[in-house]
Design a protein around this ligand. Structure first.
Ligand code: BGC
Length: 272
């Protein structure tokens, strides 16, 4: 259980896709760090309100802003940032987290399923990073809150590294994110922007519910996790808080795998 801290005090943090799952856990974790949190949702307004409600159980928390936005639409993303800046003054941390899966064997994958996943998972993160960079550069340094001009965190996946049969659209979007994140770091680190990714493994959320709610499915997935347990959204929340704070100031242009060892090729444990 995370204790209240103040590593993000007076910093405005947008977390896309934070009405549930990993995004919600990051929003709650940032609120506990004293951050001014923007909860973004696409269609789950109730979920977003519930996250805000949870946050407000801590009497020291700052009331979060809830903003609807489809991250794959440029106008929506611009509005997300405009509303945030109007209410909270600026943006210090942008967590581009929204992501979807639409799974098909490649030879049967409709173009629409390919396109939607790339639109949300990759283009959506590009649009958010672009707006964040523009706001960081417009506003300039705020040494009273952070040594960095601003922080961008992409929520990627172990599948930026591990190919995934039946999920080529998803794996391709995450592989693309790796290059997006590294290119942003290369271009803007000199201005004191930090850009990193978190690559979660199998975390218990709605996206993979069908797998872990099924006894056999859960057994199969555990075979892929050396640590022998699925992750919880809070496992990502705590890493995201550290990664947004000055404690990780010298971490830039890298992906942090939070996966219980999933990316260590567990299939090779006993032979190969
Ligand atoms: C996917 C999950 C999957 C996990 C490990 C994540 O990026 O969204 O559905 O369980 O990777 O394969």
């Amino acid at each position: 259980m995370q204790k209240p801290n103040n590593r993000l005090e007076d910093q405005t943090c947008i977390i896309t896709g934070s009405s549930s799952g990993i995004g919600a856990a990051i929003a709650k974790s940032y609120a506990l760090e004293g951050g001014k949190v923007v909860i973004n949702y696409h269609s789950d307004k109730e979920g977003a309100e519930e996250v805000a409600h949870e946050i407000m159980k801590n009497s020291n928390a700052i009331k979060p802003l809830i903003i609807q936005c489809d991250v794959s639409k440029e106008e929506d993303v611009k509005t997300l940032f405009k509303k945030t800046i109007k209410e909270f003054g600026t943006v210090d941390v942008c967590v581009a987290n929204s992501g979807i899966q639409k799974d098909y064997p490649l030879h049967e994958m409709p173009l629409s399923a390919w396109q939607q996943v790339l639109d949300v998972n990759l283009t959506g993160q590009f649009l958010c990073a672009k707006e964040a960079l523009n706001e960081f550069m417009r506003r300039g340094m705020r040494p009273e809150v952070s040594n960095s001009l601003g922080k961008i965190i992409h929520v990627s996946s172990v599948h930026e590294e591990i190919p995934w049969a039946g999920h080529a659209n998803y794996a391709t979007s995450k592989g693309g994110l790796k290059m997006l994140m590294e290119s942003i770091c290369q271009s803007y680190a000199g201005k004191k922007v930090r850009c990193n990714s978190i690559a979660p493994g199998a975390i218990k959320t709605d996206i993979n519910k069908e797998v872990w709610e099924d006894e056999e499915g859960l057994k199969d997935i555990l075979k892929l996790i050396p640590y022998d347990k699925m992750g919880e959204p809070e496992d990502i929340g705590s890493v995201a808080s550290w990664l947004a704070s000055d404690e990780s100031e010298y971490v830039n242009g890298t992906t942090i795998f939070v996966d219980g060892g999933m990316s260590c090729y567990p299939g090779f444990t006993s032979n190969g």
